[in-house]
Ligand binder design. Structure first.
Ligand SMILES: *Cc1c(COP(=O)(O)O)cnc(C)c1O
Length: 356
């Protein structure tokens, strides 16, 4: 009776192993809602990859707050992607030894070395993303500072690139060259995000004396969409005649048909409008001309019945949504499962079911 993510286990695991095989030094990213699967499950799966003999040296989380969710399920090193700031308390020493901090400002480097002179550190370099990172000059100063703290461990350079596929190779090599010029102690590893496979391969050959660690989330966990199905349960079905009122807003039915109450609402991240669809003015004008239901103010939902995306009868509720099914359509029964299209990274599923 819920919003369910069903995972074809063998297919999903085969995909995870393929990605790990193709990306030696893979650093799986487990953050946020765990890409729909949950952080704990991703941590266990990352550990499973190691147990299967894959080269997975670290697991990355987004924030310090996420560490407890993964630290007992994954046994290797842990990288926090959000740069450390002086107000972030250093975690439990049990985690501490496995923890690699991302540091993106000189002041933070000073404060962290003061708080923990043996900290393990990845220095983040500013990229064309313009999110976090040090300029070339700051890296140089960081190098000076780190040479005075021989207890600290430089675990590498971090580069977070924009999503646009391809075209970042020149930028990456320039940034690595800068870092080499900054003479950082023991710099031998580069942690990269969002490089194409071809760029990673080229980097691996041209910078053979560096260890490349690709940080991958989406393409790993969500890279084989055919392994994933999202479904909602039909919780109730009511016949309704044109003009009859329904819902929180006392709206009147635009036609004869059925109201369907289905699981999934705002608490799950079900939004008012479907994530895909033609919202162009031309398309809207065409529906209005046809006297279509969305001309009556009904909005397309992400729920499909018989392969057709259906309309919300009104905006989604907290845990359920009301759909309007016009007369003539096949009416599902209470208890039936219907398909839903969601953004995995923005959806809180009630259940994740892995098939064997
Ligand atoms: C989220 C994140 C990633 C992973 O991104 P995907 O697009 O999910 O692969 C990699 N690097 C950094 C710094 C991130 O914040």
């Amino acid at each position: 009776m819920s919003l369910t993510l069903t995972v074809d286990g063998p297919r999903w695991r085969a995909h995870l192993e393929r990605v790990a095989d193709d990306h030696p030094g893979l650093v799986p990213v487990a953050k946020g809602n765990g890409y729909g699967f949950g952080l704990a499950r991703l941590a266990r799966k990352a550990q499973w990859l190691v147990d299967r003999g894959h080269d997975v040296p670290a697991l990355a989380v987004g924030t310090y707050e996420e560490l407890p969710d993964v630290a007992t399920r994954w046994h290797g090193d842990l990288l926090v992607l959000t740069p450390w700031r002086p107000w972030v308390a250093l975690p439990d020493p049990a985690i501490g030894k496995r923890l690699i901090h991302t540091v993106s400002r000189l002041d933070d480097l000073k404060a962290l070395l003061h708080a923990d002179p043996t900290a393990r550190i990845v220095l983040e370099r500013m990229t064309s993303m313009r999110r976090h990172g040090m300029a070339a000059r700051e890296l140089w100063e960081a190098g000076e500072l780190l040479r005075k703290h021989p207890g600290a461990r430089v675990e590498g350079l971090a580069l977070h690139l924009p999503l646009a596929a391809g075209g970042h190779y020149g930028e990456v090599t320039q940034l690595i060259t800068d870092a080499v010029g900054a003479d950082l102690p023991a710099l031998s590893t580069v942690w990269v995000s969002h490089l194409t496979d071809a760029e990673l391969a080229r980097l691996g050959t041209e910078y053979a004396d560096f260890t490349i660690r690709p940080r991958i989330g989406t393409a790993l966990w969500l890279g084989d969409r055919d392994a994933l199905t999202v479904s909602a349960t039909v919780l109730d079905v009511h016949e309704i005649a044109r003009g009859e009122h329904y819902g929180y807003r006392g709206r009147s039915a635009p036609k004869d048909g059925h109201l369907l109450v289905v699981s999934g609402g705002t608490a799950h991240g079900i939004g008012l409008e479907a994530p895909t669809g033609d919202h162009s003015l031309k398309a809207r004008a065409a529906t209005i001309a046809r006297g279509g239901l969305d001309a009556a103010g009904l909005v397309r939902s992400p729920y499909s019945i018989d392969g057709k995306q259906r309309l919300f009868a009104e905006p989604p509720h907290m845990q359920a949504s009301m759909l309007f099914l016009p007369g003539g359509a096949h009416v599902p029964a209470v208890g039936d499962e219907i398909e839903v299209r969601v953004r995995y990274t923005a959806t809180a599923f009630d259940r994740v079911v892995l098939t064997d």
